[in-house]
Design a protein around this ligand. Structure first.
Ligand code: GLC
Length: 617
């Protein structure tokens, strides 16, 4: 039956009609005029709008009136695994004071929906989208946490793992038993003819830990597509029932009080034979459809796209200013490039990366971070590096050797991830503190090295905080949490080195954050101060003008931000020795916001790993 607006509220009608033509057009184009399916989607959308709590609708209203609410300089995020941070959801709720002490008002809780005990890819193999993993709590706990967060002005971000389900999901179980309806939810094949065809053009995500893109199911006598781990079955979005059901699942989650939805692994959701099955145009159609669904049902909710791709593939996920897709995207290239600069002490690539980012429309909001729960992949601008005489494979090898601590003079302690001997490619794991040398210096009892490592760690945070967008800290980095090697002993985790930097939050060490002179205090106090300064000055808002400035020293990055009558000159020394930023901002005196020192912004000397945030008086 055709969806009718007659019974809908005026508010809903207005929002629905504003998008109706485009929504229907895109849906019908994707699914060859399946109006029955389109009407089913519309029914579901209205149902979730009706079920939305009054308090959430008020939030929608407020955010519609202030659509820039997430674009200023007020948001600061932290990401964490619920169990590692506080045991369960109730535990997180009880630790909101600590989170606030960290100046955080946006928390991203890593996947917490039901997933098998063993094969779960850190929660990214969901077996029930309607249920919280029992050891973490219940849906009611999640709702209570969301309410308390809203009460404190904290936004809550959750993952929506949409590319695949766990093999334990009800749909997958039915499919395995031979139910043709549910086999139609996945990519099932009788024999390996088509899988082989795909393998010719589709690269691998986990070449070492999960090679290949298909898994043979002996009991079902069929192949199923599994881009990630063999127990993560790819959903077939070519089937409109899959999109409708998954939209139902995400709206249900959103109505628990979630403010930001991180769409996991989104570039992979559409497959087509003969392609690399990444970033296909249909992916963008689906993200645009999701954006419109949210704007109609829950307009206060933001979409954060997880697009870990080459730079030119990332930005299209913002859509256009007129037809936006994601509200926010990870600034993944800048993140990886930052670590490149740490290893090379050469900021030229970062400068060029910042020049690209700062030319993008101010509506595009990046999520800036130093590291997350995943590995650091070396997705750098290699054609550009070639001009400096650096070649991709050998440069990646240098970076990995450096961060493994194997290069002479290296202070880092990391581990490789998915090292692929055939291509020579590998990615990297480690906490910020361990990659900065804190772990090594403490282990070797070297006070000078420790001092340097802390300076580097603080400088990197200062750099992250100076970028436009939303800074997100990985829980534990604020107190210098080190690598956790215990995963090597855990049979459920030992194959996946990402667990190296997903260790339990060390509450005993966190207590030392107020103990003058402790490592924790030396980091925590400085990072907190930077965060507070960032909030006080409009020059840190996302729509400020940003440009880089030549410092004539390849180790010193210079960034200028300007908004209203504020101008900030930020300088970062990526080398461990004293350097001079040969800049000539001859427009009067400046004050370093960090040290309160007054100085001119002319030929500024910086100590090793030094940083200045110079505000023009
Ligand atoms: C995303 C997650 C990662 C996970 C993958 C598969 O990239 O960040 O942890 O392994 O998706 O779901």
């Amino acid at each position: 039956m055709e969806f009718s607006l007659d019974a809908c509220t005026e508010e809903y009608k207005g929002r629905f009609l504003a998008h109706y033509d485009e929504l229907k057009w895109l849906y019908c184009e994707l699914y060859e005029n399946r109006m029955d399916a389109f009407n089913d989607l519309c029914d579901r959308m209205y149902r979730y709008y009706q079920q939305r709590r009054e308090s959430l609708r008020e939030l929608d209203q407020q955010r519609m009136e202030h659509p820039d609410w997430y674009r200023g300089n007020q948001l600061l995020g932290m990401m964490m695994y619920v169990d590692a941070f506080a045991g369960d959801l109730e535990g997180v709720r009880k630790q909101l004071d600590y989170i606030e002490e960290c100046n955080v008002n946006y928390i991203h809780l890593m996947p917490l929906l039901d997933a098998p005990e063993e094969k779960n890819d850190g929660g990214y193999a969901v077996s029930d989208f309607r249920k919280v993993k029992p050891d973490l709590g219940t849906m009611e706990d999640l709702e209570r946490l969301a309410e308390e967060c809203h009460h404190r002005g904290i936004s809550l971000c959750l993952d929506f793992v949409m590319n695949h389900t766990s093999e334990e999901h009800e749909w997958a179980r039915k499919a395995r038993k031979g139910d043709p309806t549910y086999q139609g939810y996945y990519y099932f094949y009788e024999d390996d003819t088509i899988p082989k065809e795909y393998e010719r053009t589709v690269p691998q995500v986990f070449p070492t830990t999960a090679p290949g893109n298909f898994t043979w199911l002996a009991d079902a006598g069929k192949y199923v597509m599994t881009t990630f781990y063999p127990y993560q079955w790819d959903l077939d979005y070519g089937n409109p029932a899959v999109l409708n059901e998954m939209m139902d699942n995400v709206l249900n989650l959103i109505n628990q009080g979630i403010d930001i939805i991180r769409i996991d692994a989104v570039p992979y959701i559409w497959k087509q034979l003969g392609t690399d099955c990444r970033n296909l145009p249909q992916v963008h159609t689906i993200v645009r459809i999701m954006r419109m669904i949210c704007e109609i049902v829950c307009p206060g909710v933001l979409l954060l796209g997880e697009v870990v791709m080459a730079p030119d593939k990332v930005v299209p996920y913002f859509g256009t200013v007129e037809k936006p897709e994601c509200h926010m995207l990870y600034n993944v290239t800048t993140m990886a490039t930052t670590w490149n600069c740490v290893a090379t002490k050469d900021i030229r690539l970062l400068k060029q990366q910042m020049d690209i980012v700062s030319r993008l429309p101010k509506e595009y909001v990046f999520l800036n971070y130093l590291r997350c729960h995943d590995d650091i992949g070396w997705g750098l601008d290699y054609p550009w590096l070639e001009q400096l005489g650096l070649e991709e494979v050998s440069h990646k090898k240098y970076l990995n050797d450096f961060f493994l601590g194997q290069y002479p003079g290296s202070f880092a302690r990391g581990e490789l991830y998915n090292s692929d001997p055939t291509s020579g490619d590998a990615r990297l794991c480690g906490t910020t503190a361990s990659l900065c040398g804190i772990e090594k210096a403490l282990y070797e009892h070297k006070a000078d090295d420790l001092e340097k490592a802390i300076r580097l760690d603080v400088m990197l945070h200062a750099y992250m905080l100076v970028q436009s967008g939303i800074p997100v800290i990985y829980s534990g980095d604020e107190i210098g949490q080190e690598n956790d090697y215990s995963y090597h002993e855990d049979p459920k985790k030992c194959e996946d080195s990402r667990y190296l930097h997903r260790g339990k939050f060390p509450w005993d060490l966190a207590e030392k954050r107020t103990e003058k002179g402790s490592v924790q205090e030396r980091l925590f106090a400085k990072i907190c101060r930077l965060e507070q300064i960032r909030r006080l000055h409009s020059v840190f808002e996302s729509d400020a003008a940003v440009w880089t400035v030549d410092t004539w020293d390849n180790s010193v990055l210079g960034i200028i931000r300007a908004k209203d009558d504020e101008k900030l000159v930020a300088l970062f020394n990526f080398s461990d020795t004293e350097r001079t930023a040969w800049i000539k901002e001859e427009d009067g005196m400046y004050t370093d916001l960090i040290s309160a020192k007054k100085l001119p912004a002319i030929d500024v000397k910086l100590p090793g790993y030094g940083v200045y945030w110079l505000l023009k008086n």
